[in-house]
Design a protein around this ligand. Structure first.
Ligand code: PLP
Length: 318
């Protein structure tokens, strides 16, 4: 697609019947094209939402009812637990569990993250797939280039497309990819009727981002793999967390003061939140997550810069 279709209406056919597209809340061509492309990449039926968190909210509201409980991977994206806490007022509950083992009994939805952000653990897919409840895998940090969770027994893949899929830090967007087309159709109806709908311009930016996804992610993986041993060998770094693929990693320096010195001292790298863009970002996660993370934990999202230059920026500050 070379142009964005920003229309919100499309005329009925000659018999007065709605065509495939008739009113943008029910579907629009640019959004549908981006969904088709992402669906191919992940091997399912994709639906876009205005943000990753919007996708999370829509999915749990569509799938669950008051009194239901979600088993949430401990140490996964902090905002997901905040979203679930917010929804507790409507009777949704969640319990955290160690995703490297089986989910706790008696829950109605299992929520994994592959790899988790910022602890970089990987889920036990076999244990989750054997569980009777539907399984969601937030695969934002892996992307379909490294992992297709539907092939590992997941029922839904969740992406913050704001990150690697969009890839340029200029689009806020989320996606759910469904294994079952019938469930996707129900979720689409829920999306249309509640109005949690992605707009054409972000979808267009996603289409553009997907064209370079593989080369970006492969390069970010290669650079992260080059940086991990350098960090591991550095005496001021106590822990390095890396899943072995992708551009996301985290490492610990001595304390909050040391972390602040690194994040505010970088010149090539930017001290900002988010991940998955062309530009390398670093931040101490304790500013958002408090005690949930070590005070010296720095999250690094490796971009497309030369890894030698990245190391030259970081190393003197450690
Ligand atoms: N999932 C993960 C793993 C994330 O890192 C984020 C955002 O940081 C989200 C979901 C939420 O996505 P968004 O910021 O697009 O709402």
């Amino acid at each position: 697609m070379e142009a964005v279709d920003r229309s919100t209406i499309w005329p009925y056919d000659e018999r007065g019947e709605p065509r495939e597209f008739f009113y943008a809340r029910y579907g629009s061509p640019t959004v549908a094209e981006a969904e088709a492309r992402l669906g191919e990449l992940d091997g399912g039926t994709a639906l876009l939402f205005p943000s990753g968190s919007g996708a999370t909210t829509a999915l749990v509201l569509a799938m669950l009812k008051p009194g239901d409980t979600i088993a949430l991977a401990a140490g996964c994206y902090f905002g997901t637990s905040v979203t679930f806490q917010t929804l507790e007022r409507w009777g949704l509950r969640y319990v955290e569990f160690d995703q490297t083992g089986p989910p706790p009994e008696g829950v109605q939805l299992v929520w994994l993250e592959s790899p988790s952000n910022p602890f970089l653990t990987m889920p036990d897919f076999a244990a989750a797939a054997a569980y009777p409840a539907p399984v969601v895998v937030d695969s934002t940090a892996a992307t379909p280039i490294h992992l297709r969770p539907l092939e590992h027994g997941a029922d839904f893949v969740l992406h913050s497309a704001t990150k690697y899929l969009g890839g340029h830090d200029d689009v806020l967007l989320g996606a759910v990819v469904c294994r079952d087309p019938e469930t996707a159709s129900q979720l689409k109806t829920f999306r249309s009727t509640t109005g949690i709908v992605a707009a054409p311009d972000p979808a267009f930016l996603l289409l553009r981002g997907l064209k370079t996804l593989r080369v970006r992610v492969e390069r970010q993986t290669a650079s992260a793999r080059a940086l991990v041993p350098l960090l591991e060998a550095h005496p001021a770094v106590s822990v390095v967390r890396y899943a072995g693929f992708g551009g996301l990693l985290s490492f610990d320096v001595a304390d909050a003061e040391a972390a602040l010195r690194v994040e505010t001292g970088v010149r090539l790298i930017t001290n900002a939140t988010s991940l998955g863009g062309t530009h390398t970002l670093i931040e101490a996660r304790a500013r958002w997550e408090g005690d949930r993370v070590p005070e010296g934990l720095l999250r690094l999202s490796v971009g497309l810069e030369d890894p030698d230059e990245l190391w030259a920026d970081l190393e003197p500050l450690l």
